[in-house]
Design a protein around this ligand. Sequence first.
Ligand SMILES: [Zn+2]
Length: 696
Amino acid sequence: MPRYERTYTTQANFILHGGDYNPDQWLDRPDILQADLELMKLSHINTLTVGVFAWSALEPEEGVYRFEWLDKVFDDIYSIGGRVILATPSGARPAWLSKKYPEVLRVNAERVRQLHGGRHNHCFTSSVYREKTQHINRLLAERYGDHPALLMWHVSNEYGGECHCNLCQEAFREWLKKKYNHDLDALNAAWWTSFWSHTYTDWAQIESPSPIGEHTIHGLNLDWKRFVTDQTISFFENEIVPLRELTPHIPITTNFMADTHDLIPFQGLDYSKFAKHLDVISWDAYPAWHNDWESTADLAMKVGFINDLYRSLKQQPFLLMECTPSLVNWHKVNKAKRPGMHFLSSMQMIAHGSDSILYFQWRKSRGSFEKFHGAVVDHDNRTDNRVFQEVTKVGKMLKKMSGIVGTSRPAEVAILYDWENNWALNDVQGFAAETKRYPQTLVQHYRAFWEHDIPVDVITKEHDFSRYRLLIAPMLYLVSEELIARLKEFVANGGTLVMTYISGIVDEHDLAYLTGWHQDLREMFGMEPIETDTLYPNDRNSVHYRGRSYELKDYATVIKVQTATIEGVYEEDFYANTPAVTSNQYGKGQAYYIGGRLEDQFHRDFYQVLMEKLNLRPILFVKHGKGVSVQARQAPECDYVFIMNFTEEKQTVVLEEKVKNLFTDKEIGGEIILDKYEVLVVEKKREIHSNNKSIK
Ligand SMILES: [Zn+2]
């Protein structure tokens, strides 16, 4: 089962350390630019992302180009042994462009055209903007395509948002015509527009959803979000035409995001679709460490989850494109990383599959919006401060870890995340407005594996399920017939599947299935959900499972069992003593259904049973208390294991095997005390333990 291949996504055989560099803000300060090179060498920086918002510096007037400064930056970085990730500049455009071609300005959902300003404020359909971005990208590819420092393309920046201008409305209608084969009746049927007399009789009547107009047709809302993803990808594809043509050997990425408060996947775009157009996934991670609403360990678990999702998108290592070495300037409270946290959080990214630690930003800008955003180099240029020292330590240690580059993280457990399902669930009028919490529910299931150091892939419906032994698909409200068939095949062939309340309710158009629960689901699970009870936030029920009572809140599904075994029952309300948790043998596999939203302890105990049954084990067994995470990457010849203390106390861990401490080259084992936020990275040779059952 484990796959040990290396995937050199960056074509570099070292872990990238560096980040966003904006020399375009300092062109009148050659002394600063010279100092940068010295400071980069001191802090073991090897890769700089250049040009993210440099359009004004590259093309100050239409058709007037200034590349000399960038030539020098390329040469300078190369002269210190560094590499360049070159960004295309479309993330923010020059004022002259907006003034001359106002069609490039975005129109919001209220149909108000935005003024020039900020960044990312452009229409993805505008042919002018597409032409202008492709042209400047071509010039960049022509000029720097053969430069030995060029490592990768960073296309635009943090794509997101929607435009509702007339060009976009027309493109949306064309997209719909294609999707529905020019059959307006088919669209009306798929969207159930006979409701409230919303039937369309002409394509021209269709408009994107708006708070001041149509927002009650779920099928329209869902198709609009699909269109926004497709249109963003189409814009991206237009940007990369000259890059693919002139630099086919240079990998292409764009930086993905996460919603910061709960660190859930970015909601605006379906990254599972976007991923197919990229060579490498990269993302910008800004967890709010040391916040006042959750423990450090709980946040670390969420970081683990989202890393496992973004790594699984392409089933290969990813890049951490941005993180802060200290603090940000845009959280509600911008708290600095405590001593040790930068090193620990960096190691966690590598542990979950990153081949880089890249910062936003190298140097603090002197003015404007991000002058107080954390950076490696502060306004005072000093090297003796805590941040510069911690960055230097990371750089030094990453050099010892180059064997990790390109290594995989084989997993036998997968959790299924689906962007479309999330959109549909958030949009649906029903259940409870505040407690749907689909991504958070996935994290709840992830917890049991994170606490037991069992590797997990967080996959999407495009992935092959057959490589996993356990597939967990909570709250899969929207599920197509095709996906149901694939889930059924997975179980029939011996897989173990876990589904929950609010699953299998609507098809891909967000139309309810008319036959009750789908026949295939009924057969697979040997039961049928009859009714979903939605509870008020302060309501509680409980479930009796294997001799214990577990607290239930938010949702409880009333179940009618056919062939399934009843594993747990509700304890309260009109469905007291009826089935709450069931299992069913189907083909060679097993299908479990969890009817209610249960407390964390339930998931721990429930999955503990499955871990034993399926013989799921960590890569290296380390005995430890709560808040310590052990994660691993696997090379052909060894495992690299990260033992991380995400608590504010010392922790005792016990290693059952002798392994090599990668930082000291010393052999360690037995009882070890980890300091607050301390991390150990160890190397476990594979041939010594060739009889280990988990390695086949
Ligand atoms: Zn537009």
